[in-house]
Design a protein around this ligand. Structure first.
Ligand SMILES: [Fe+2]
Ligand SMILES: [Fe+2]
Length: 262
């Protein structure tokens, strides 16, 4: 079987690109399950229930990251969204949940776990390594396919997580940097890994945001709005992972980028 994992969706243009491209990607890769990180899907900052539902029209599960709570009211909405998860290593008192076990339309179950790194990131309540150990220990034995979205900045921390979970997760896939890395690999224990899956955002942009505005910020040091580029050529980055549902082991991972004019 195969699943697709797509990096951070940025704004309306990113959502529209997912809507237009994912059905074709499912056919192209013969993928039965699609996970997408939606942490920037609402105007570049966070998610809303409506944005998440839009992504869920073509994808199976939406993950998030450090921007999870950027939109006012999403803390109330997340409880109603059973296919949306936020990093598991946040305070226990925070709304939402950090993982879920979902039915694969092609048969069997898929666990999706979201975690956030601690290197060069906002503080998290607890250690992602300890947290994932606890989640894996509690999963029912019949759940073999386990997808981990590790939302982190440092390549070292992401590779450490992938190695830590080698043989215990089907895939450990990085998000947050919005730049797809060319290091996709199958680790010795059968875990697929990539440091970062990339983003769904404008080709001519800086991480999905306007080039002139970002340049002004860097060259002047002054704060300012960094608008999302919503139209033009939008690039969708992701990986396709081939795995054996009986064992949860991955046998192949392929990175891809596709473009669509919005
Ligand atoms: Fe992001
Ligand atoms: Fe992020």
């Amino acid at each position: 079987m195969r699943f697709i994992f797509i990096g951070d969706v940025v704004g309306k243009g990113g959502r529209e690109a997912v809507h237009r491209l994912v059905p074709d990607l499912r056919r192209e890769f013969n993928a039965q399950f699609v996970v997408v990180n939606g942490e920037n899907s609402a105007g570049g900052n966070g998610l809303t229930g409506a944005c998440a539902k839009e992504l869920l029209q073509s994808c199976d599960v939406v993950t998030s990251g450090d921007h999870t709570w950027d939109q006012k009211g999403f803390d109330l909405e997340i409880a109603t969204l059973d296919r949306v998860i936020r990093p598991a290593n946040y305070n226990r008192t925070q709304p939402g949940r950090g993982f879920g076990v979902f039915a694969n339309p092609a048969g069997g179950s898929v666990a999706v776990i979201a975690l956030q790194g601690r290197v060069f990131m906002k503080e998290c309540a607890s250690c992602p390594f300890e947290t994932v150990d606890g989640i894996l220990a509690g999963l029912p034995g019949y759940v073999k396919t386990i997808i981990v979205d590790f939302h982190a900045e440092a390549t070292s921390e992401k590779l450490a997580m992938a190695s830590y979970l080698d043989g215990r997760a089907t895939a450990v896939l990085g998000t947050h940097t919005h730049v797809r890395t060319a290091d996709e690999r199958i680790l010795p224990g059968g875990t697929a890994a990539v440091t970062d899956a990339g983003m769904v955002g404008a080709e001519t942009s800086i991480l999905g945001r306007g080039v002139p505005e970002v340049l002004k910020k860097f060259t002047s040091g002054m704060p300012g709005r960094l608008p999302v580029v919503e139209t033009g050529l939008i690039r969708l980055d992701g990986v396709a992972v081939t795995y054996d549902p009986a064992t949860g082991r991955a046998s192949a991972i392929e990175g891809f980028s596709r473009r669509v004019e919005i």
